[in-house]
Write a protein that binds this ligand. Structure first.
Ligand code: ATP
Length: 601
């Protein structure tokens, strides 16, 4: 059975890249990806700075209110109500203003995030419309799905929250600490007394964190890849009783990840619990209130001063915690950004902008060479030349793996050859506008998306009328089957009502009938169907092929009898071209027939 799939660009088994290099690439990818919304992020950061600085004012007000109250108590005089009210007003206004600026900043970055997500999705759609169809293996399609869902989600935190919360986490504790020093330098020192110890403990624990995160991401990818392999191959795996072996590949990857994670996290936990205890509320309060009480006792500061700096001291750890979290999410977002930029840089088919219309419908393969792994890899086609005359049927025949399907997919421009040229009506197919109005195909796998049967048939001609769609279905011998379904043409392919492989194949034929392209590629569409379907499909195909230039990929020699021309291929090369009688003397051709005769014995 033919596979029309290229090898995945990146697999779980790719050699691991140096984590440092990887991390640099991740950061570059992140900067590149964020560039379209850089001005909004800068605005978000600017507003976060304002909000962080404004956070100091309520504390200033608090200290003043405290001092007014203390002064009154000391002097045993009535409290100056106007002054207290004045500071309360300042406190409320600045607190509200700070919150308002903070939320505006978050609004700006959230809009930037939505815009960026939209831009990335549009870029993906634009890119993938130009990527060779051979690229869309199930692995690569899975990568696209995962990236669009998970990676855009991961960078959400970095775009929508980190610029604001990360900036605030730096500015607010800095501004508050500066104010604590303004109140009294000794109280300022008490407010940050445990921070250097915490920073030292965390620096110790976080050594090699960037590399470890990259490694963890790579190991997690292996676990996911093994899981996907296991799930996608489950039918075959179960049928051949290999569940244990396939499962053990997954278990091995998961075990490897677990061992790595445990070895990494165990010492980290020890250090980070020590660090966290250095910032614990009781310890911070003990130091600040204890030290502050001693200074109050000596008459060097007021109780209000101590109250304010103690509150400030409690906010410093919050800032550090937010900062640590945003460092972590930057690491994760870097890996996500790299995966997204890799996808956005997927190589596309060449397009030099030249456009022409074919004159006639002869097809020429002119010294075409191709390999699935790109130039330098094993050749799937090696210097292939032959011509399909307009209105004739040419069958490609050869042993399994000889290159028949590759020839067919190159004519459908699933990819471009790296040497030679394929021309239709004298024009290179890369230059033909709307190639699929000239070339249509019916492959072994019918390739029906999960849309209604009507839309499936009209895929190549969305403007077709219902009558034209019905006529195409009738010609493809599928009209009665569709009409007997409860939802008829509205049935969504893949839904509960289910269609057999032969019926799906006839829907693909109806689609080709509707397009009515003058060049038709048939990848022996009946190879996988039951005899009744085979008969109907053959009738439908004979009608469809009438008067067209047909390239028939023949996986069995029986189907080539009666065609106008046979091209015999082996190991990517054309061995001979001619009619059945011309080729009887060819050893390779005779061998194919011998294998059929042996099979019949
Ligand atoms: N998606 C792919 N990735 C890598 N190599 C591929 C891919 N598809 C085909 N090949 C290789 O290209 C060569 C030609 O394969 P091709 O499918 O064109 O042969 P075929 O004659 O159509 O075989 P069959 O009759 O079994 O379908 C083979 O060596 C095959 O292994």
């Amino acid at each position: 059975m033919t596979t029309l799939e290229a090898p995945p660009v990146q697999t779980a088994d790719d050699p691991p890249t140096d984590p440092k290099v990887q991390q640099r690439e991740d950061s570059r990818a992140l900067r590149e990806l964020m560039r379209p919304v850089a001005p909004q992020l800068a605005l978000g950061r600017g507003l976060a700075v304002i909000s962080g600085v404004l956070a100091v004012v309520p504390y200033v007000a608090l200290v003043h209110i405290g001092e007014v109250l203390l002064d009154a108590a000391r002097a045993e005089a009535p409290v100056d109500g106007d002054e207290v009210n004045h500071w309360i007003e300042i406190l409320i206004v600045t607190f509200t203003l700070r919150l308002a600026v903070y939320f505006v900043a978050l609004g700006v970055t959230h809009f930037a995030d939505i815009r960026l997500g939209h831009t990335i999705r549009l870029r993906m759609v634009e890119r993938f419309s130009r990527v060779p169809l051979t690229w869309f293996t199930s692995t690569n399609s899975g990568r696209v799905r995962k990236s669009l869902q998970d990676d855009i989600g991961t960078i959400h935190h970095l775009i929508a929250h980190q610029p604001v919360d990360g900036t605030q986490a730096v500015v607010m504790p800095l501004a508050l600490t500066a104010y604590a020093f303004v109140i009294d330098w000794r109280l300022g020192l008490l407010a940050i007394a445990t921070v250097p110890l915490y920073a030292a403990a965390m620096a110790l624990g976080m050594r090699g964190m960037a590399e470890k995160t990259v490694e963890m991401d790579a190991k997690l990818s292996v676990v996911s890849a093994r899981m996907v392999e296991f799930v996608t191959g489950i039918t075959v795996v179960k049928a051949f009783g290999r569940v244990g072996r396939a499962h053990s590949a997954y278990q091995e990857a998961a075990g490897d990840f677990q061992a790595f994670y445990y070895a990494w996290v165990k010492p980290l936990l020890r250090v980070s619990s020590l660090g966290t205890s250095l910032l614990a509320v009781p310890l911070v309060l003990l130091i600040n209130i204890g030290g502050g009480a001693w200074l109050v006792h000596r008459g060097e500061v007021t109780t209000a001063d101590v109250l304010a700096t103690s509150l400030i001291a409690l906010l410093v750890p919050y800032g550090i915690e937010v900062l640590m979290n945003s460092m972590w999410s930057s690491q994760m977002a870097g890996a996500s950004a790299r995966r997204l930029t890799d996808l956005l840089e997927t190589p596309t088919l060449d397009d030099d902008g030249v456009r022409a219309q074919p004159e006639g419908h002869d097809v020429e393969f002119d010294h075409v060479s191709y390999s699935y792994g790109g130039p330098g890899a094993d050749l799937a086609l090696d210097d292939v030349s032959f011509t399909l005359r307009e209105g004739t049927i040419t069958a490609l025949i050869g042993p399994s793996g000889s290159g028949k399907s590759t020839i067919a997919t190159l004519l459908a421009r699933f990819d471009d050859p790296f040497a030679g040229q394929i021309r239709l009506g004298g024009v290179p197919i890369a230059e033909i506008d709307h190639l699929y109005q000239h070339v249509s195909f019916v492959l072994q796998e019918p390739q029906l998306p999960s849309i209604s049967l009507r839309d499936n048939i009209a895929l190549g001609r969305p403007d077709a009328t219902d009558e034209q769609i019905r006529a195409a279905a009738r010609a493809a011998r599928i009209l009665d089957d569709i009409e007997s379904l409860p939802d008829g043409f509205d049935t969504v392919y893949g839904s509960a009502s289910g269609l057999s492989g032969g019926q799906a194949q006839r829907i693909a034929i109806a689609r080709a009938v509707l397009v009515d392209a003058p060049v038709l590629i048939l990848d022996e569409a009946t190879a996988l169907t039951d005899p009744e379907s085979t008969h109907q499909i053959q009738q439908a195909l004979s009608d469809l092929a009438r008067d067209k230039t047909v390239l028939l990929v023949a996986h069995r020699p029986e189907v080539v009898e009666g065609v106008d021309q046979i091209v015999l291929v082996d190991r990517g090369r054309v061995l001979a071209t001619g009619t059945h009688d011309d080729l009887l003397g060819e050893p390779g051709y005779a061998r194919l027939w011998e294998s059929v005769e042996e099979g019949e014995k």
